[in-house]
Design a protein around this ligand. Structure first.
Ligand code: 7TS
Length: 417
């Protein structure tokens, strides 16, 4: 029986046909089973074609030229911004700033809003499950400004200790809360809407790292009502080097710029400068034109497949993966139960280092990541140096889960455990 038959209106083979990289053999005679989607996703034909078309036909700088090519490039670049605005339901195009990715988006908030508003005696609340990109920028600023960072602990089941969160908000002078929407290791989907509401009640500003949620579920800025939201194009079928910072307009208007240069100014004299309007105030220099256009096409693609359908498909794949992993003796999976997490499984296999697991899987054509996944504090918290991680996306199949499991039995055989 076709294991995807239950998804009667989701044709995974049709989706797969749009991704040229998935058609190739990983090694001679061994098909590629790509399960490293939390690190970066593959790209469908319309995105690849959009990049090709831009460079072949209308490559030019934006917001500058009077000539036809520049006008066409500008229109495509700004059209991509409109696509992002609609995709995340931002209030306005001005609230959509193009960056290099989640990392740059968070650093931008730290270096602008943070630098202007945080000081001695203030508290920033983050969590122990954050990716390094949502810890280090705050640590760098804290060293300079003298504020304190408190980290919400993670419970054994992989969810946040929300009682501790509540306590911090009541007992400390919390100015900013920064939290990931979905964990790249545990898969935990944090209740950011409720957390933002609590933070706002305490007078704090809310930053959300949406790197692992935006590719996999519908996200709605009006519903979440967060102040800043960051994500990366390359994890959602778009090119590398492009990402987004969403920010509420009033906050962005009040924030000083970060990088100075062309396009972000209104007027420059030798004595001083004034700033361009939003969002250009935060887009100094020649922007990532091809990347933004490619991201726009990725959004078109994901929207055509349907974010709800993608989420439903991943829920099935994720649940099946957890079920199959639980059958393998010696496997421990970290994070919440199926149904309460994204389609990601970080695990250890008793007696075999995660890097060896990944290497043996690679020989079988199965691409996973091994290591700390840029979440060292979280691994320390669970007392493990590394995990192997399988992370799924819209084009993965049940058969690929089976290939992962078969690979794990091969690893056990090779290491005689
Ligand atoms: N935040 C989260 C939750 C992430 O998973 C990642 C990347 C980032 C931020 C940084 O994104 P970037 O596009 O700016 O690099 N996570 C991973 C991962 O899990 N494996 O490789 C990259």
């Amino acid at each position: 029986m076709n294991k995807n038959a239950f998804l009667y209106d989701y044709d995974v083979e049709k989706v797969r046909a749009d991704f040229p990289i998935l058609q190739q053999e990983h090694h001679a005679g061994v098909p590629l089973v790509y399960l490293d989607n939390a690190a970066s996703s593959q790209k469908p034909l319309p995105v690849i074609a959009a990049l090709d078309d831009y460079y072949r036909r209308y490559n030019a700088n934006v917001h500058r030229g009077i000539h036809k090519l520049s006008e066409e490039a500008t229109a495509a670049y700004e059209d991509a911004r409109l696509k992002v605005k609609r995709f995340i339901n931002a209030g306005s195009k001005r609230e959509v700033i193009f960056t290099r990715g989640t990392t740059e988006s968070i650093n931008l908030v730290a270096q602008t809003w943070g630098r202007a508003n945080l000081g001695r005696g203030d508290v920033v609340v983050a969590t122990m499950m954050e990716h390094h990109s949502n810890i280090v920028p705050w640590q760098i600023l804290a060293a300079e400004k003298g504020f304190t960072i408190r980290y919400v602990p993670v419970l054994r089941d992989g969810t946040l200790d929300l009682r501790a969160y509540d306590r911090y908000l009541h007992e400390e002078n919390v100015k900013l809360v920064t939290v990931m929407h979905t964990s790249n290791m545990l898969g935990t989907v944090n209740p950011v809407q409720a957390m933002a509401q609590q933070a706002h009640n305490a007078g704090a500003v809310v930053v959300v790292d949406g790197a692992q949620s935006t590719p996999h579920m519908p996200v709605d800025m009006q519903a979440l009502n967060v102040d800043f939201f960051a994500f990366s194009g390359h994890k959602m079928c778009g090119p590398t080097g492009i990402g987004v910072l969403y920010g509420k307009r009033a906050l962005l208007e009040a924030m000083p710029p970060w990088m100075g240069g062309g396009d972000m100014i209104s007027r420059v004299t030798l004595e001083g400068s004034t700033w361009n309007e939003l969002p250009y105030k935060f887009e100094a220099g020649t922007p990532i034109i091809a990347g933004a256009i490619g991201l726009g096409y990725a959004i078109d693609y994901l929207s055509a497949v349907g974010m709800e359908k993608i989420q439903a498909h991943e829920r099935e794949i994720g649940a099946y993966a957890l079920e199959r992993l639980a059958e393998v003796p010696g496997v421990t999976v970290y994070g919440p139960e199926a149904g309460q997490k994204g389609a990601v499984a970080a695990f250890t296999l008793q007696g075999i280092h995660a890097h060896d697991v990944a290497q043996i899987l690679d020989a079988e054509g199965v691409a996973v990541r091994a290591g700390h996944h840029c979440a060292m504090p979280l691994h320390d918290h669970f007392g493990i140096p590394a995990t192997a991680r399988a992370s799924f996306y819209l084009y993965n199949t049940m058969a690929e889960v089976d290939a992962l499991i078969a690979g794990l039995y091969k690893a056990k055989q090779a290491f005689a455990v």
